[in-house]
Design a protein around this ligand. Structure first.
Ligand code: ADP
Ligand code: ZN
Length: 209
């Protein structure tokens, strides 16, 4: 099963990606996670990406496309994958289609998690993440409910950057919903419900395993 997850920042893509990875035993490819790891490691790529990320802008297509191509050529993605945070521009979407063509693979579903933008600023500004296990919680969690680890706030989860990320989403990424509708791959899911309910809705469409 090869899935592309679409949705605004804060729509809950990361949370759903983890559930899908577990249920379908497929690889999780999150460009945000890959980029954050590069920033943390201080690699040249990370140093280039950091400025864009902190401003809520997109990292240049050439950089991200290169990362995803490399990742898709790793063996663990052959059992299936979920792309979380990619593609985010039309150029990325076209590059993905042609890379998959070359690999003799294809996308089964483009799952778009739809959430009212009004809710998103509040959601992201109160989001907190576990340093140890990556659990996604909120500011009410004094420590990680899963592993007891320390919770932190992402550098780009402040209200000003969140607004810019939303603008970038509307301008560059939202049009991909039409792109995948045109390719007859689109599944639209109501993201304005509990994570488990969102997951149920996704499974109802793509089939349980
Ligand atoms: P969110 O979906 O909550 O905005 P991500 O973790 O997916 O968070 O992305 C964080 C940041 O990483 C983005 O704001 C952007 O700067 C960069 N990024 C991630 N994926 C891409 C991509 N496909 N193209 C360009 N930039 C990206
Ligand atoms: Zn944890």
């Amino acid at each position: 099963m090869n899935i592309v997850l679409l949705g605004a920042p804060g729509a809950g893509k990361g949370t759903q990606a983890e559930k899908l990875v577990e249920a379908y035993d497929i690889a999780h490819i999150s460009t945000g996670d890959i980029l954050r790891a590069s920033v943390k490691a201080g690699t040249p790529l990370g140093m280039e990406a950091k400025g864009y990320m902190d401003a809520g802008e997109l990292v240049p297509d050439s950089v991200v496309i290169g990362l995803v191509k490399e990742r898709l050529n790793e063996e663990d993605t052959e059992k299936g994958f979920i792309l979380d945070g990619f593609p985010r521009t039309a150029t990325q979407a076209v590059a993905l289609t042609s890379e998959l063509d070359e690999l003799g693979r294809n996308i089964d579903y483009a799952v778009a998690v739809i959430v009212d933008p009004e809710i998103i600023v509040e959601r992201l500004s109160s989001r907190r993440i576990c340093k140890a296990c990556g659990y996604i919680g909120n500011k009410g969690d004094a420590s990680c409910p899963v592993c007891g680890g320390v919770m932190y706030q992402r550098d780009d989860d402040n209200p000003a950057t969140v607004r810019n990320r939303l603008d970038v989403y509307v301008k560059s990424t939202a049009p991909l919903i039409d792109y995948y509708r045109g390719a007859d791959l689109l599944v639209e899911i109501n993201g304005d419900q509990s994570p488990d309910a969102v997951f149920e809705e996704i499974q109802a469409v793509i089939g349980k395993r």
